[in-house]
Ligand binder design. Structure first.
Ligand code: FAD
Ligand code: EPU
Length: 353
């Protein structure tokens, strides 16, 4: 039987719903937008109590948030925001080679990575410093530096908002893809993820195929690979080009890297010999959207208080007090410029509300 985190912990069963509250502190773009209501929950019991209240008070819609690092609000949120704070990291099984680690959906993702690194468990060290919470990881199958969540994913527990039941999802159930899962498609908006269980390795198999990691390890003078060395290299690379949301509001890559037919890639390459492309197992080629945007002369470009980041053109940033509509307008300019120059249509990676 699965016992929810905090089951034995004392907590209020009825968390407070704050009405007409700014979402600025609850998401990393730092945009000042109001929500009709916001409440935080630490357990399944609290979530259920909140859902009953939301129904009684006739909130028009619900939105679950973790760290708010992959969302853009373009208008006031006319519903109840539920901030997931379910805590807890537990080893649920182990054998000589592997360990199965279950984490509450509200656990900070990077804290889980550091927990694994410090215990000598391999598999998520390349995913160090990705902002946000564990529960959002499966939403878009988070990935970085040659590793995606799906490579260590075992299962997750989620609460069905309509049926009011807890459901367990296996790897196959999640239909993971590049920045994609069943929770962004067929089951969109239906489940609240409560916990995620990962299968980690006691004898780490390092994945340092991503060019930038190897270069960084050399620069750091690393002779022998360790989990600490790899995660430190990833942290250093990320800090060198990705903006810290505490300083400059953003939600990471605003667009996905587009995948095109090999023939389309070949014709782009004929015109632009330096185009960056990664051949995929299915014969398609993934293009580096940051390169495409930079070639359009947009790196560092500003539209009012919204901007294309000066060190990573795939990231849109808030230079002060931008609005969601301004960021959206900038994203449309970027899409139009890339389409006109390369004939490729960029798709948003960030969840726009
Ligand atoms: P939120 O922004 O709170 O939510 C994202 C979506 O998931 C929303 O639709 C929300 O409704 C839904 N959701 C959240 N929690 C739950 C839940 N428990 N149950 C159901 N639905 C839920 N991403 C990468 O993949 N790789 C990167 O390298 C990367 N780098 C980043 C760098 C920076 C500087 C920033 C700001 C972001 C980056 N991201 C990256 C994006 C982001 O960090 C991830 O997508 C992360 O998993 C989002 O977690 P979150 O808790 O902040 O999710
Ligand atoms: N590039 C440019 N100009 C730019 C940005 C990138 O020419 O302004 C080129 C780089 O030189 C490199 C290539 O594009 O040749 C790829 O760049 P990078 O390694 O920085 O990765 P990315 O493709 O831009 C993706 C993810 C990131 C993830 C990194 C590392 C997506 C949408 N983004 O970015 O994820 O951290 O790889 O694996 O897949 C996120 O999802 O929010 C995110 C930050």
């Amino acid at each position: 039987m699965w016992i929810p985190y905090n089951y034995f912990t004392m907590h209020t069963l009825h968390p407070i719903i704050h009405k007409h509250i700014s979402l600025k502190p609850y998401h990393t773009f730092g945009i000042n937008v109001l929500a009709a209501g916001l409440a935080q929950f630490e357990s399944l019991g609290q979530l259920q109590a909140l859902l009953a209240t939301a129904e009684a008070q006739q909130f028009k819609k619900l939105l679950v948030l973790g760290g708010g690092s992959n969302v853009l609000f373009t208008q006031p949120f006319d519903g109840l925001v539920l901030k997931n704070n379910i805590d807890g990291i537990t080893v649920v099984a182990e054998d000589d080679e592997q360990v199965w680690v279950k984490a509450g959906a509200g656990v900070n993702w990077h804290a889980l990575v550091m927990h694994a690194v410090n215990h000598g468990w391999g598999g998520i060290e390349n995913l160090a410093l990705i902002p946000g919470c564990v529960g959002a990881g499966p939403m878009q199958n988070i990935g970085a530096y040659g590793v995606e969540l799906q490579s260590v994913f075992h299962q997750l527990e989620a609460y069905h908002l309509h049926d009011k039941t807890c459901v367990s999802f296996s790897l196959a159930d999640c239909s993971f893809g590049y920045r994609d899962s069943v929770f962004k498609r067929a089951l969109k908006g239906q489940f609240v993820i409560l916990s995620v269980t990962l299968r980690l390795q006691k004898q780490p198999k390092f994945n340092v195929g991503y060019g930038a990691i190897r270069t960084q390890l050399e620069e750091m003078g690393v002779q022998e690979l360790t989990l600490q060395a790899v995660s430190n290299a990833v942290i250093a690379i990320r800090q060198s080009k990705l903006p810290d949301p505490a300083v400059l509001g953003n939600a990471g890559s605003f667009f996905k890297n587009p995948t095109v037919d090999a023939s389309v890639f070949a014709s782009i390459q004929q015109q632009f010999s330096a185009v960056v492309g990664y051949p995929q197992a299915n014969g398609m080629v993934k293009l580096a959207a940051g390169w495409l945007i930079e070639q359009c002369g947009l790196k560092g470009f500003r539209l009012g208080q919204a901007g294309v980041h000066g060190k990573q053109a795939l990231v849109l940033v808030n230079h002060g007090n931008t609005t969601g509509t301004e960021v959206l307008a900038l994203s449309k300019m970027v899409i139009a410029a890339v389409q006109s120059k390369f004939g490729v249509v960029l798709e948003a990676e960030v969840n726009v509300y």
